[in-house]
Design a protein around this ligand. Sequence first.
Ligand code: PMP
Length: 704
Amino acid sequence: MRGVAEQLCDGIGEALYLQNLSSHNLAVCAHNAVARAYQNRGVYRGRSCAVFEAAGEALMQAGELRLLGVGEIEVGEQAPNAYGCAAQQPLFDAAEPPHETRREAAGNAVGQQEVHILLLHNLHYGGAHGHGINSLLQEVKLLPAQLLTMASYASGGAIAVGAWLTKVKPRLELSRAKYRSLSGHAKMARRIARLIPFYDFSDAAFFSCDGAPPEIAARRQAGFMALSALYQQRFAKTRAETREAAEHISDLQFTGAYRVPFQFSRFVREHLSAGSFLSASSGVTVGDVDGNVLYDLTGSYGVNLFGYDFYKACIDRGAERVRDLGPVLGAYHPSVAYNVARLCAISGLDEVSFHMSGTEAVMQAVRLARYHTGRPKLVRFCGAYHGWWGEVQPGIGNPTTARDTYTLAEMSERTLGVLRRRRDIACVLVNPLQALHPNAAAPADSALVDSSRQGGFDRAGYTAWLKQLRQVCDENGIVLIFDEVFVGFRLAKGGAREYFGVQPDMITYGKSLGGGLPVGVLCGRHAQMKRYRDDRPVDVCFARGTFNAHPYVMGAMCEFLHRLEEPDVQALYQDLDALWERRAADFNAQLDATGVPVRVAHLSSIWTVCYTSPSRYNWMLQYYLRAEGLALSWVGTGRIIFSLNYTEADFAAVAERFVTACQKMQQDGWWWAKGTTTNKSIKRQVLKEMLRARMMGLVGRLQT
Ligand code: PMP
């Protein structure tokens, strides 16, 4: 009889197409499937435990393959080795939520390990299975005809299921309300990230990693080298200055390395670096230190809504306003009073606090929500960015565990169920930008391994979702926070609140509101913004910041808010949606007419580029675009942000250059693909490359 551990290991391996590999020591990550399995011949029923952690589509399917109905397996510890020696370290943390401590093993530890296995079993599939599993795992019906929870301690001891289920059910609901992707499973994503080995392509393999024939690879290489020569000549000074400065600027090193998927990064950096220094801006363009003028599609991370000249004026006039006070901190410049009055009117809320960045405004919103509700948990939605504070960035990028964060699926009934039933949730954070790509992370070109990036905005659908959220939060005393740091003022003068017609309890603003200077703002109701309790004078909710409400920022903000009311700016908001709808449609029609596999999706003036046929080289487009005089931010074609001062002529020029860039890229053969290539087959190939690198202990260069 084969042990359960081995059977599961096989099942997982099979689900991840690893059955032909000689060993399953490691099974890692496809886009929507993650698993880890350690095959240890010393793992036997009654003697030891398996180490499994799994989630995602493939594991959901694993059960249908043959063995158990495996929905999710959580928490395992490293098995003793073949000689029965206990492992030193647990391999995995306890599964979320961390406060739900698991039942102690009732003396049924196996060897020196305890086994905690939670399996979901779909009763529709095949009923209870033999395979000797029942002797090991006792089955308990949890949800009628849907799920079967099987809990066990591996030596088959007594199981006290009843009390445990009261914890399992909410845990299960939480688990099922997660989005089935790596970004939907923050902790797992982090673990997987730690396992992915570095490798890159040799200079030759760089052009044919998709199996392109030699003539296509040669065309690509010729195109690449021509582009490289152009960059060397056109951006000479900018490149040199960047190269020198980058050694001492961590940010430049990071953004430089992550413009394209890491397998291609070294070669691209060597040949196609365009540099990071600009010296001028005007209208809808920016100028670099070589004297090149480029159309700006970066939108300065979304700050640039009305054109750079607008913000220059805000900064200049704002400085005039506050010059007499200068840099005095602590007390307020009188312009603060105006800003507060305007912000209360715009947000529909009672009070304002000033911070130095969007990240800090979000931190304060969450802190206050916890203080007033007395609950610990914050809910954020899969893929949504809310700044780089650890609690709102629980996955890759944050080296510690965000223990009080639930990352749930957006636009999901199951999420509403969790919000309705749990009593530990203080607040829900919504970033309305996600309406363009619900549950997907910010679309950076560094993640563009294939063409599965998608976007599409459904205003009615997202409005309905926000209304449901509003209702559920009201029912359960949860603070609903709109994080409008990005979209505030961009979708409508009154922001997302006005645009979607839903009033949140708190709103964060930032970016454009500073009139070109750095800022974060939180607006909320009196009761929720209060930082102390009348009846408990020492129980305060602390928030300070040396530069909060800095006079120069307040001056520039004051100008911004004044200008917002002026007729020329008000006019920009008229028919805004229709304008960008038409522009995007024209843009797509032009792309369509030229037969390139590129389209755009958009939320008003925020665009994302999507690719319609499977390819590993889509990220090359950003380099062709720059060669045509279009400036993108370091996330490349994932995010294009237009300012509202783009005239029809400016826009037409951008569209023409964009289409030209696509055509050149196509002519150079980058979108060649085998007839059998699919996004799935590309992902599988990338997975194989990773496994190869990992199994060979290779940190180096793949030749093919
Ligand atoms: N929230 C959202 C929605 C954002 O887009 C950003 C920044 N991109 C932040 C918070 C963080 O703002 P900041 O970079 O000013 O800290």
